[in-house]
Design a binder for this molecule. Structure first.
Ligand SMILES: Nc1ncnc2c1ncn2[C@@H]1O[C@H](COP(=O)(O)OP(=O)(O)OP(=O)(O)O)[C@@H](O)[C@H]1O
Length: 318
């Protein structure tokens, strides 16, 4: 076990309870996802792991070390890509990444090779020697990822590493994140890109209002989330929502003209035929049937959460 977080609470000055009794475990070789709404407490949690802020109560251990009592230890064993853009100034990505590799103990040739390998893997060699002030937001973000990944510690914290990154390079990024864990690191990944990261996660927690509201492998969360399939239907403009069809396990989730029905695998044919008939009649623009995704589980959990911290306080107040 590389990382153990036990009953961690963090209350900021002013009384905001950003983490409320959080316990998680992350092993070497795992990518552990932290999901949750804006303000759920994800960044607060990972910054405590990285020794950047102190918990109000609870314990954190990385191996046998204590990143709270000894932030210097945390800084040595954790590699962090912060949520905010890294203020790279006066250097090129290649210079900055090579320098970090050297500071972390790589020899000159090793640092140069590792830097080149990362730049190529993320397809950003074109900007490797461009002064950082002239980089686009996405390339800057990828360069910041390289700073964390070039000679990583045992624990790697990546706080929304894909913000501003284009879809093709996001795919490359997720492959790299997966290989960091495959090489033996424990990776804590904060992201809102649920569908994209689903395949690379070993376990995940969903946080809401500072608490863990779901935890496990993707398969665990799927098993606890009801019917296995989803039918996504886009209604044609002006079409009323149809009566709930017999194949649907419950009323659909609605997002403007888009309806998402939950259904059991046995209902797949009935659902597809219904949607095709609706499309032929002009009521439906397009539709797709797919296995339940982490995003569906997440949205279902969100629907059952109180909307605000005040409502949480109402719920937990005696
Ligand atoms: N330094 C601070 N002082 C006071 N409150 C803070 C501070 N930092 C964060 N908060 C509050 O703590 C709560 C959790 O914030 P945090 O940044 O950890 O959430 P998050 O899940 O990372 O959100 P996002 O997805 O928007 O980045 C929020 O209510 C936030 O406003």
């Amino acid at each position: 076990m590389v990382l153990r977080v036990d009953h961690v609470c963090k209350e900021y000055r002013g009384g905001v309870r950003a983490n409320d009794d959080i316990s998680i475990r992350v092993n070497a070789g795992q990518v552990y996802g932290l999901l949750g709404h804006n303000g759920a407490g994800k960044t607060t949690l990972v910054n405590q792991v990285a020794g950047l802020i102190r918990p109000t109560s609870g314990t954190i251990r990385i191996g046998d070390g204590d990143p709270v009592a000894d932030p210097g230890f945390a800084h040595r064993v954790c590699s962090v890509q912060p949520q905010a853009q890294v203020p790279l100034m006066g250097v090129t990505p290649r210079q900055a990444i090579t320098l970090v590799a050297r500071i972390r103990g790589a020899g000159r040739a090793e640092a140069a090779t590792a830097t080149q390998r990362l730049l190529e893997a993320l397809d950003i060699t074109e900007w490797a020697d461009t002064p950082a002030e002239r980089l686009s937001g996405g390339v800057r973000r990828l360069a910041a990822y390289c700073l964390a990944a070039v000679r990583p510690g045992q624990v790697i914290v990546l706080d929304e590493p894909s913000n501003d990154v284009d879809p093709v390079r996001r795919r490359l990024l997720w492959q790299q994140v997966r290989s960091l864990a495959d090489d033996g690191a424990a990776v804590l990944l904060v992201t809102h890109n649920l569908t994209e990261v689903e395949r690379i996660l070993d376990r995940l927690s969903v946080l809401a209002h500072g608490r863990v509201v779901a935890e496990g492998t993707v398969a665990d969360l799927r098993a606890g989330a009801g019917p296995a399939l989803r039918l996504d239907v886009s209604l044609s403009a002006g079409t009323e929502e149809p009566a709930v069809p017999a194949f649907a396990a419950q009323p659909p989730r609605r997002d403007r003209q888009r309806l998402v029905y939950a259904l059991d695998t046995a209902e797949a044919v009935a659902a597809t035929e219904w949607a095709a008939r609706m499309q032929a009649a002009g009521a439906v623009e397009d539709f797709s049937l797919y296995p339940m995704r982490v995003e569906d589980i997440y949205l279902a959990l969100e629907e059952h959460q109180p909307a605000t911290d005040e409502e949480v306080n109402d719920v937990v107040a005696p």
